[in-house]
Design a protein around this ligand. Sequence first.
Ligand code: ADP
Ligand code: ADP
Ligand code: MG
Length: 490
Amino acid sequence: MMFKKILIANRGEIAVRIMRACKELGVKTVAVYSDADKNSQHAQLAEEALPIESYLNVDSLLRAARASGADAVHPGYGFLSENASFALAVESATLKFIGPSADSIRAMGDKAESKIRMKKAGVPTVPGFEGLESESDFKKAAKEIGYPVLVKAAAGGGGKGMRVVDDEAGLGEAVQSSAREALNSFGDDRLLVEKYIPNAHHIEFQVFGDEHGNLVHLFERECSTQRRYQKIIEETPSPLLTPELRKQMGEAAVSAARAVNYYNAGTIEFIVDPDTLQYYFLEMNTRLQVEHPITEAITGLDLAQWQIRVAAGEHFPYSQEQLTQRGHAIECRVYAEDPANGFLPSAGKLLQYLEPRGLGIRVDSGFRASDEVTHFYDPLLAKLIVHAENRETAIQKMQAALREFVVHGVTTNIDFMQAVLSHPDFAEGKVSTKWVEDHFKWNPPAEPSFESLIAAALADTLVPSSTSQVSSSNEIDPFSPWKNPNGFRN
Ligand code: ADP
Ligand code: ADP
Ligand code: MG
C-alpha cells in the first residue's frame, strides 16, 4: 500500500528532491523548517510545512509527524539519516522509516565495527587496527602497518577527524587532535588507524534492495575529486575500472550489504590503489547519497521514488543481469564557498541566480534568486548533473553548463570546477583524492572592478545597442515589443 503522506525530515535540495518524488507518486508531503529556513524553497514546496526546533531534534520531528498525520518519514542525507535511534523512534511511533532497518544502520554506522564485520564477510578492508587506547598502542599499530597512516574517527563523517601521519614524530599530536575533533563533532572519541593509500581513487557502489530479499548494485561512482576528504565532482562510469574489476567490486558491494541484511538505498565506499588496482572497503553510507543523480542518469531509475516504493512493500523488479549502464554522467557540487581562501563557506543574499538548461542537464537545488544563504547549514547551493554519450562529451556539456550558471551575491566554486574540468589530468582520468590539495594550482580569474561593472551597465543603458535597432526596424513582426505603445524600452 502506497503511503498517503510523507514527512521529510530534512532541508535544502535533498528535501526538494524527495518532495518531487512524492508528488510524482501521488503522495502528500510535509516539510519541516527551522527558524532560519522559514522562507526557504523546501518549506514552500510542500503541501504542509511545520516549524521544528532543529533538524536534529527527534521529539520535535515526531511531534510534527503526529500533528500532520503523516504515515512515513524520509530522512534525506546528513542530520539524522544515519542515526539508528531515530529510525527506531520513527518505527515506535508506528510510522514507516524510508530507509534500511535500524539494525543495518547500527551495524554499519561505526567505521571500526563495520570493518570487523566486513573482514568476516570476506570483503577486503584497508589494513589497520581498531580499539586502540594508549599512545603506545597507536605507535605499535602504526609501526606494524607502516607509515604513512591515517588516523580517523570511528563515528566520523563528512571528512571530519581525519589526519594523515607521515612518521612516528607526528603521531601523538594527530591522535590527540583527531580525538578532540571527533568528540566535538560526534560525541565519541574512539579512533582507528589504517594504512594511508597515496594517490588513491575513491570509488563507491550504489546498492539497492527491497524488503523481500532482492539486492543488487547499480554500478559505481568515481568520487576522487575532493577537498578536505569531501567530494566536489563525481562521475560514472569510473575511468579507472575495467569490466572485470567492476564485476568483482560490484559483487563485493552486494556481499557487504547482504552481510547486514540490507534493504533500501545504500552505498559501499571503496578506496582503490591505481597502481595495483587493489580495492579496500572504507565504509557504508546507509542512506541516499548526495551524488545519487549520476546513477539515476546512467541506469534510468529514479532512486528516490524506488526508496519510497520498496518502503511501501513493493518488489524491486530488476535482477543484476537486467541492469546496464548507459552513457556517462557527471555531477558538480556548486558550493557557496571560496576556493581561493581555503574553501571557506560564503554567506549572503543571492542577488542573481540563473541555472543552466538543455538536453541532458539537470539541476537539483534548494535556492532561488533573492534567497538568503546562511552560515547555519552546509554551503551546498545546487548540484549540476549532465548526461551524455561518453566521457568526453559529458565533460564538454558540463563545461558549457557551468559557463551558463550565474550566481551573484555569494562566492562560489564554479570557476574552480571549470578549471579542474579543463585540466589534462582530469581529461586522462588521473585525478586521485589528494590531487586538488597537492597538485592543482589554481589562480582565480581577476574580479572585474566595481567601476568597470558600473561603466558596463551604463554603457548598456545609454548607448542604443545594435539589437534594439534591428528589432525596432523590424516592420514584419506584428508582435515586436518595439511596436508596443506603452512606451516600454529595454
Ligand atoms: P556523500 O558521501 O553522500 O557525498 P557527505 O559525506 O558529503 O556525503 O555528507 C553529506 C552530508 O551529510 C553533508 O552535509 C555532511 O556534512 C553530512 N554528514 C555526513 N556524515 C555525517 C555525520 N556523521 N554527522 C553529521 N553530518 C554528516
Ligand atoms: P567520511 O565518513 O568522512 O566520508 P571516509 O572513511 O569515507 O570518511 O573517508 C573520506 C575520504 O578520506 C575518502 O573519500 C578518501 O579520500 C580519504 N580516505 C579515507 N581513508 C583513506 C585511506 N586509508 N587512504 C587514503 N585515503 C583515505
Ligand atoms: Mg565516506
